[in-house]
Design a protein around this ligand. Sequence first.
Ligand code: ZN
Length: 386
Amino acid sequence: MPEPTDQPSSSTERVQARRCCGSVSFRRVFQLLMFAALVLVLPAMSLSATPPALIRFNLNGHLQTGLELIRIGKESVVIGRDGALHSLDPRDSNEYLGRAKGEYEPLGGAELANRLRREFGDRFEVVATKHFLVVQPKGRGRKWPDLFEKSHQIFVRYMTQRGVHVRRGRFPMVAVVFPDSRSMYREFARLGLDVSRVAGIYSNNTNRVMTHDSGHIQMIVATVRHEAAHQSGFNSGVHSRVNDTPRWVTEGIGQLFEPAAMGNVRAGSDSRSRINRESLHQLTKTYGRFDNTTFARDLRRLVIDDRLFDGEPSIGNAYAIAWAMMFYLAEREPQQFASILNHTAGRPAFKTYERHERIADFERIVGGSTADFAKKLAAYLRHLQG
Ligand SMILES: [Zn+2]
């Protein structure tokens, strides 16, 4: 694993490191569901039909209560009162303490702020905004709280204008700003996140964005806009935290919000300023003027499954195509843009999104084959290339 640096040395490394965002902890549950469905010859959803129960659990010596969202064999997925998701072993009586009385109630802002103060100690302060609790080193002012709050408001307006269903989240969103990359990586190690050379991440399990306040600030802020879009998406119902959402959908949205123009209140009223130049450059480098079939082939692969995101050399192209698909839809076909997001967010929890369903849903929503869509998208990208 490369040494952490304050500044990612290239955009590819930055992109590569984003692999950790998303529903990593549920991979086991999804695998179990698939396994159980095969072995028991049962539809996957019949396994998660029991209503969620309130349970008590022990997290590193702290007793907590939370809602059990699903339990299959060796794994129970529980959402804590702070909105964090935990994967517990129901057979471990030190960790999994059984049913609790009462109803699930998310922590209020003041209670969560107190918990964060205890967690991060004297050197940090907790600054509240309308939607966030921002943990930052003492005396850093309003720069970060304002950035997170503004990014979220821009995200909500952008989605609402295009007909995407947005709801108010149940938890204050938590963003943690570390003083430098070294302390940020210490936290990643504590959380078991295997990630390097990155300016920040959104972690689905903790439901937190984590970044740091040193190094190349413009690059950090572009990454924070990307990660903040994930956090806004997963906390406003644009994505579901317990769904098998295609990576091109979530990463396409993250990429959409990276350009600096997407961080000001008018959200890039000049359309060319909304272009993610890094992604367009990556596409030009790989596919030139899109005059052969590799672009359509890769786009189809991205719709079918997430394997293009699995590593070099395809991961850079995966992010770039995901951006292009979402950008084209958002700019030219906002109804389809909204339909894709509303459909993927509305699918049942913990149900594997099978390859044939992914392709059938996509083609139904965009009204044609992936090849037709790739052709339209290529023409649009040539226009952006100039
Ligand atoms: Zn991302």
